[in-house]
Design a protein around this ligand. Structure first.
Ligand code: ADP
Length: 299
């Protein structure tokens, strides 16, 4: 198996230490970040002609895009256009969906994510996912964070791993005195940040977020958006959102998906209409369909 998907712990530890220091001092250290290579943008995913079938139904077709490191990439489009299907391709979550088949290629840090030598468990450790509805385990706050690192046999002091993840998710101050209490006692917004902390605990370098704020109130949503802006300094983020203001506020790049309808065959297939810098998508898109969608005329 590839080195990148197996032994990146040292790199991750270095990155996390860097992040921790930044939060501890609360002043960003751009010179250090540059030295650590964090600001140097490079493609993290190279997606080529990806199509996904569920049984005989083709849900998305021919998706191609490059996703940049240390950026927030938003996936927008009407319901059913395949945003969730696509984001699940990026950490092989569709492997777990019955009858799903992924064709095409996704290259992650220069290697084929779907190569026969790649371990999907390692993939999901490096490419974490946060779902729409906060889904903490019915356990203590501490155990929610410690679970993942234990499962993958992460070395190190567990108290430190837990603290570090909670700090990075901007949740430490609110939880440090109640680590042993049940996570279900937290507010919805706190639970979602706990899920983000849980994803960060296994030291990923990509965070996939599938409508992470759709169950949250505006204040909690704002906190998650602020957190995303902080996290992109150290991680790459892909977010599915039905909230166009959110995409415009937080993302660097936006992909607009739509549903193509084949009237004769009565099939609906998702496809990318336009993928570009977020400002351009929202102010001067190339495609009329994008314009209609972002101006609210359709969707
Ligand atoms: P979006 O996230 O844009 O709302 P989805 O990816 O959820 O779109 O769905 C795209 C298409 O794939 C839809 O037609 C949906 O019914 C179908 N689909 C999604 N998930 C599954 C699944 N697990 N099994 C079968 N079909 C699915």
């Amino acid at each position: 198996m590839s080195e990148k998907l197996t032994e990146t712990d040292a790199q991750s530890a270095a990155r996390n230490e860097q992040t921790d220091r930044r939060f501890a001092s609360s002043t960003p250290a751009p010179a250090e970040a540059v030295k650590a290579g964090k600001r140097v943008k490079e493609p993290i995913f190279d997606v080529h002609d990806v199509s996904v079938h569920y049984g005989s139904h083709r849900a998305i077709r021919d998706v191609s895009m490059g996703i940049q490191q240390h950026e927030i990439t938003a996936l927008i489009g009407p319901s059913g256009c395949g945003k969730s299907t696509f984001i699940r391709c990026l950490n092989r979550m569709n492997d777990l969906v019955p009858r799903a088949r992924v064709d095409g290629s996704i290259v992650y840090h220069g290697e084929n994510l779907y190569g026969t030598n790649i371990d999907p468990v390692q993939v999901r450790k490096r490419i974490g996912m946060v779902l729409q509805k906060p889904n903490p385990f019915p356990k203590s706050i501490y155990e929610n964070i410690a679970f993942g690192p234990r499962v993958i046999g992460m070395k190190g002091d567990m108290d430190e791993i837990v603290e570090s993840a909670l700090r990075r998710a901007a949740l430490w101050d609110e939880t440090k005195d109640r680590l042993k209490t049940n996570a279900f006692g937290m507010s919805g917004g706190q639970q979602q940040r706990l899920c983000i902390a849980r994803a960060l605990a296994t030291q990923p370098d990509v965070l996939l977020m599938d409508e992470p704020c759709s169950a949250l109130d505006p204040i909690s949503t704002g906190r998650i958006e602020d957190l995303m802006m902080e996290l992109k300094e150290s991680y790459s983020i892909v977010i599915v959102t039905h909230n166009m203001q959110q995409a415009a506020r937080v993302s660097d790049m936006t992909a607009f998906f739509t549903v193509e309808l084949d009237e004769a065959a009565k099939v609906r297939t998702g496809a990318v209409v336009e993928y570009d810098v977020t400002d351009k998508i929202f102010t001067n898109p190339e495609d009329k369909r994008t314009e209609d969608y972002v101006t609210g005329k359709f969707g």
